[in-house]
Design a protein around this ligand. Structure first.
Ligand code: SIN
Length: 531
């Protein structure tokens, strides 16, 4: 598979700036923690648009006060992760959580406070305590992003290139001697122009996960596994690719992406019912609606498949307050002509978060030299097979700062670097929308909530054939690379664990399991058998 685009006619640009790919929470936070080191952020959309972080409703999990503790938070993270969480990572992240909430507060995030000034804490599934710090009910992601974007705008060391998409990594060395990342290929996000190579001293990937590779997803349209795919194509090790989290309560109203009905609603007492009015989660798990997310997602999926139309009933527990305390949910309902004070909210399980990603060590370093990764694109070992709710933004914060500090130590300072000016010329490519839709349908159908060998093998065949029959396009090849990795890892894991549920291997093999590690070369080798 070609590592870099074919139509190379443009002159490379060289910068001393640290290049950050992505513009979500992890990217912005890392840029701020790198300041005053000069940074170049590559953002496909105007800042604040297109990033998953801005859509996060629940908030940030953190043990803020007694009787809660980082130890309890860490234990819950380990339990939810179904035997594959790295305990040292969980201990560190949960220990640092409070400090990051105080940092975000200092940066202007208006967290909800009680009358004594304490943080209002929401309850979410599989947490032993109410410990999710929130903003205006379900506005945490949007409000944290607003505060960070304002701070970035006031930080002269950060240059943001909006409307620009990263599509490849440039490397030197070989897989035997070890590869070093030397730059990033970028192109206009709107497509159509030849890519330009930016040579840089270090690259931090913070460009999100892969939920949008699925037809039914809560992720923004921009998030289709491109960053993981780009790193994999350059030779980076990928970990836990098979572990994709499906959110149980995406609002099933025909919108793509599907709006989220935050788990915090269930934390406030909302219940799940089917078309017969039966509260089915009480049959499934002692914690009913607050069972681990994978358990609830499978129960919702089963109700949907059986035609029993699962729905979230907020009427009794929340009533009219949904319209003032859960604005994003209330607005989505209004678009669908639903009044949640009167109606139940139809829900479906939708791809929401990728626990897997580019394998990183304790400093956020990938397996390639000069490459760091944070946020959902990374796999730190925190989430295991099933992420604990609201640990995603937390991980982005913790590793955003870890990466910034490590890069600052590792890369010589280049204060006062010139701004990067890009001119795109020539002819480029853009993913064929029909091919993207076919890929998404294939993933939802064959690599979704329930999996088996037949479906996974079929998916590998279809992904290979989509790749072969569509004009080469680096951005699309990044998507198919990630889809291949998810599917191959799912085929190789012959057990069910957390969010990875194999109909043909329903048992979990032991309380603790091995994290998976896979290169794209290995995944492609497996795929070849089914082409
Ligand atoms: C939610 O609010 O339900 C989603 C939070 C998360 O995915 O962490």
């Amino acid at each position: 598979m070609p590592q870099t685009p074919q139509q190379i006619e443009t002159t490379p640009i060289t910068t001393d700036r640290i290049v950050i790919v992505g513009a979500g929470l992890a990217a912005l936070y890392a840029a701020l923690h790198l300041a005053p080191r000069p940074v170049l952020m590559i953002s496909p959309d105007p800042l604040g648009e297109g990033a998953s972080s801005a859509w996060a409703q629940g908030g940030v999990a953190a043990a803020m006060r007694d009787p809660d503790s980082p130890d309890s938070h860490s234990s819950d993270t380990l339990a939810a992760g179904a035997g594959t969480v790295d305990a040292a990572v969980a201990a560190r992240v949960t220990r640092e959580a409070r400090d990051h909430i105080l940092d975000l507060t200092r940066l202007g995030t208006p967290f909800d406070r009680d009358k004594n000034g304490g943080y209002v804490l929401s309850r979410e599934a599989a947490h032993s305590y109410a410990r999710v710090v929130r903003v205006k009910g379900d506005q945490a992601g949007a409000e944290i992003m607003r505060a960070l974007i304002a701070e970035v705008a006031a930080t002269p060391s950060v240059q943001v290139l909006e409307g620009v998409l990263a599509s490849g990594l440039e490397t030197t060395g070989s897989s035997v001697s070890g590869k070093t990342v030397t730059g990033v290929w970028v192109e206009p996000a709107a497509g159509g122009k030849a890519p330009v190579l930016i040579n840089a001293p270090a690259v931090l990937l913070a460009g999100g996960g892969s939920g949008g590779l699925y037809k039914l997803t809560t992720n923004p349209p921009r998030i289709r596994g491109q960053v993981i795919g780009m790193a994999a194509r350059a030779g980076a090790m990928i970990a836990d690719a098979e572990f994709v989290q499906f959110h149980p309560t995406a609002i099933d109203m025909g919108e793509d992406p599907a709006p989220l009905a935050t788990e915090a609603l269930r934390g406030e007492g909302a219940v799940l019912v089917n078309a017969d009015g039966h509260r089915f989660m009480t049959d499934v798990h002692p914690d009913a609606e607050l069972a681990p997310r994978d358990v609830v997602a499978r129960a919702i999926y089963a109700e949907t498949q059986a035609g029993r139309k699962p729905a979230l009933d907020t009427r009794q527990a929340i009533g009219a307050a949904i319209k003032t305390q859960f604005l994003a949910v209330a607005e989505a309902c209004a678009r669908a002509g639903l009044d949640p004070e009167v109606h139940t909210i139809p829900v479906a399980a939708a791809a929401h978060y990728h626990m897997g990603g580019i394998a990183v060590n304790a400093e956020g370093r990938a397996s390639l030299q000069n490459l760091w990764v944070c946020g959902e694109a990374s796999s730190t070992g925190l989430h295991g097979a099933n992420r604990l709710a609201s640990n995603g933004l937390l991980e982005a914060l913790v590793y955003g700062r870890i990466c910034a500090r490590d890069i600052a130590n590792a890369v010589p300072d280049a204060m006062g670097s010139a701004r990067v000016e890009l001119t795109f010329t020539g002819t480029g490519t853009y993913p064929d929308p029909q091919a993207v839709e076919a890929l998404r349908a294939c993933m939802t159908q064959n690599v979704g909530v329930l999996r088996d060998a037949t479906g996974l093998e079929k998916a590998l065949h279809q992904i290979a054939s989509l790749e072969a029959t569509h004009a080469p396009c680096p951005s699309f090849t990044n998507m198919t690379a990630t889809a291949t990795l998810i599917t191959a890892a799912a085929l190789m894991r012959q057990e069910s664990r957390g969010a990875h549920c194999r109909l043909d291997f329903p048992e979990t093999k032991g309380d603790t399991g091995q994290r998976s590690r896979l290169t794209l070369t290995e995944a492609l080798k497996l795929r070849q058998r089914y082409e």
